[in-house]
Structure formats: structure tokens, C-alpha cells
Design a protein around this ligand. Structure first.
Ligand code: UT7
Length: 322
């Protein structure tokens, strides 16, 4: 059997500028109390003009490479998940390739909204196990501030900008049971109108703003995320009690808490960044992972489950032994 793919390094980047709930309440009809009570969000990072999708993705990727003790010469593939690329083409992944001075291999972007990182990780896992790549940067990078309708209080308070990345390599003999155990992807195109961006380069007459039916997405999120985590555990003959850490998509504290309860995990076993990052879409899971690995909470040998759900509708999970 081909060896497992291993997450060898993690990294993140957050824009310099922090915007508090109080600052938003000066321009739209909202309050810090409402935002915190309904979402758990206290603040978000908002990109400046030079903090583009490629810029942030490259910084997160460089941090992940450094964390793995590797350099640009070890990379032969870049998979970047984003719904907010800098250009229709070239792929943002290739801007990152150029920025990091990577001279070989290939790269492409993945469009799966908030589930983009899980989708990209699944592709990297398959490519590494299949022998098609030996060093894959998997990046989630998003500048949702550019697609917000800043007059819509129902959406603009929820999102933030940032990038997260992991470096995926084939496991060695010493790695033993370590690595990506399995990934599980789902999509239901009939639910596409619950969360979408109204237009793109092919439909420039549209607004280009994010539109969401929050209540319906919330309902689907709790049920589908719990099911896709159970699917991952079942596929590996594991149970809830085997999970060391839940690294969930960071959309809403209430969804995250509901997931923790369903899995029987104490709050200390759930990585939460939504209070400080808000929802950074495809960047949210790798940013949370980078924080929890960086501060020593996630340790070698820990079983980590990641999950996400977003526009498409897309959802998925990944089970990883660190
Ligand atoms: O990452 C992709 C996945 N996305 C998600 O998972 C998001 C899932 N959904 C949610 O997180 C929640 O549905 C929201 C946070 C978006 C909304 O929370 P809610 O508890 O479902 O609120 P609601 O939409 O039912 O709105 C309740 C009230 C409404 O007023 P009325 O109609 O009851 O008078 C809204 O107009 O809250 C009002 N409201 C606000 N009030 C103050 C909506 N946004 C705001 C706001 N400030 N920012």
C-alpha cells in the first residue's frame, strides 16, 4: 500500500488591520452585543490594498514550509482554495509559486467556498498517495472584504480576511500511523442559492456581492457537519472518544458549540478562532490549525478532525493523525 500523506508543517497570515464590532456599528445598524450573542465574533482582520489573496497565501505558505523545515525546492505542487482570487487567471496558486521562487511542478486553484481547504487537502492527499506529487502546499486564502455588501448588516459583520496553509508530504517509515487517514467530500448544487456571490467576470452586470440565507445555512450546517464527521470516524473504525481535537470551520460560535456537544467533546478540545478572525471561508480551518499547532495544543500523535460547510452547497471532513 502507498504510504500515507503527512501534514508536515502549518502556517497562517492575518492582515494588519483589525476592525471591531463597535467600529462596524458606527456605519451600519448593529451592535457589539448582537454580533457577539448571535455569532461569537468580536473582531475581524481586513486586508489593506497590498494584502491580496496571493500576497497572504504566499506568506501563509512560506510559514508552513518553514514549520516543516523545508524550502521552495521541496515543493512540486500548489493547490490554493479561494472564492476571492486576485485575477480570473492565472490561478492565484501560480502567483504564489512565482512569489516563493518555486521553479518546478504545477499548481491550480480550487473553488468550493468555505469547504475549499478540505477539498484541496483531499486532492493533495490523493496526489501524494498516488505518487503524482511529493511536496504539496495546500493553501486557503480569502479577501471576503472585497465581496461584501457593506450596507447589509446580515452578512458584512460575519466575515474576515486571511490565509492559512499546510505542507503535505509522503510519510516516512518512522511516521508509522501518522498522516491523513481519510477525507470525505460532499456537494449539493440544488442548494446553491442559499449562499452565493451575485456575479463574476462572466456576469459583470451583477453586484458581485455575497448573498446568504443565514437561517437555512445554519440548519444544514449542524446536521451535515455532524454526519460528515461521523462518516470519517466510521471509515476508520474510530469513535467520538478517540478524537483529541476538533478543528471546525469558523462561521458561528453557536454552530461550533453544537458540533462539540454532538461529538461529546469538552470545550477545551475544540479550536475556536471565530471570536478574533470571524469567518475567513477557505482560510478558516488552516488558520485555526496553525494557531493550535503553533501554541502547542495539537501535539504529535493527536487525532484531529477538521470539517467545513459552505456555498455550493459544499461540505466535507478530514481525519488526520498528527
Ligand atoms: O461559512 C459559510 C457558512 N455560513 C454559516 O454557517 C452561517 C450560518 N448562519 C448564521 O450564522 C446565522 O444564521 C446568522 C449569524 C447569519 C444570523 O443569526 P440568526 O440568529 O439566524 O439571525 P436571523 O437571521 O434570524 O435574524 C434575527 C434578527 C432579524 O431581525 P427581525 O427580522 O427578527 O426583526 C435580523 O434583521 O436579527 C436581525 N439582524 C441583525 N441585527 C443586528 C441581522 N443581522 C443583524 C446585525 N445586527 N448585524
Amino acid at each position: 500500500m502507498a504510504s500515507r500523506a503527512v501534514i508536515a508543517g502549518v502556517g497562517g497570515y492575518l492582515p494588519k488591520r483589525i476592525v471591531s464590532n463597535d467600529e462596524l456599528s458606527r456605519t451600519i445598524d448593529t451592535t457589539d452585543d448582537w454580533i457577539q450573542e448571535r455569532t461569537g465574533i468580536k473582531q475581524r482582520h481586513i486586508a489593506g490594498p497590498t494584502e491580496t489573496c496571493a500576497f497572504m497565501g504566499a506568506r501563509a505558505a512560506a510559514a508552513a514550509l518553514a514549520d516543516a523545515g523545508c524550502g521552495p525546492g521541496d515543493v512540486d505542487a500548489i493547490i490554493l482554495a479561494t472564492a476571492t482570487p486576485d485575477q480570473a487567471f492565472p490561478a492565484t496558486a501560480l502567483r504564489v509559486q512565482a512569489e516563493l521562487g518555486i521553479a518546478r511542478g504545477f499548481g491550480f486553484d480550487v473553488s468550493a467556498a468555505c469547504s475549499g481547504f478540505i477539498y484541496a487537502l483531499a486532492i493533495a492527499d490523493a496526489m501524494v498517495r498516488g505518487g503524482q506529487a511529493t511536496g504539496v502546499l495546500v493553501i486557503g486564502s480569502e479577501v471576503y472584504s472585497r465581496i461584501m455588501n457593506w450596507a447589509d448588516r446580515g452578512t458584512c459583520v460575519l466575515f474576515g480576511d486571511g490565509a492559512g496553509a499546510v505542507f503535505v508530504r509522503p510519510g516516512t517509515d518512522q511516521d508509522g500511523t501518522r498522516g491523513i487517514l481519510s477525507t470525505h467530500l460532499h456537494a449539493q448544487g440544488t442548494l446553491g442559492d442559499l449562499l452565493y456571490v451575485d456575479g463574476a467576470v462572466g456576469r459583470p452586470e451583477r453586484s458581485g456581492h455575497l448573498v446568504m440565507n443565514g437561517r437555512e445555512i445554519f440548519r444544514h450546517a449542524v446536521a451535515k457537519l455532524a454526519a460528515v464527521v461521523d462518516e470519517a470516524l466510521r471509515a476508520n473504525g474510530l469513535i467520538h472518544a478517540d478524537i483529541d481535537w476538533l478543528v471546525p470551520h469558523q462561521a458561528n460560535r453557536r454552530i461550533i458549540d453544537a458540533m462539540g456537544r454532538k461529538l461529546g467533546l469538552s470545550a477545551e478540545r475544540v479550536v475556536v478562532t471565530v471570536d478574533r478572525h470571524a469567518n475567513t471561508s477557505a482560510a478558516s480551518v488552516p488558520l485555526a490549525l496553525a494557531e493550535a499547532c503553533g501554541d502547542g495544543r495539537i501535539k504529535r500523535g493527536n487525532l484531529v478532525v477538521m470539517e467545513a460547510l459552505g456555498g455550493g452547497m459544499t461540505w466535507g471532513s478530514a481525519l488526520v493523525r498528527f
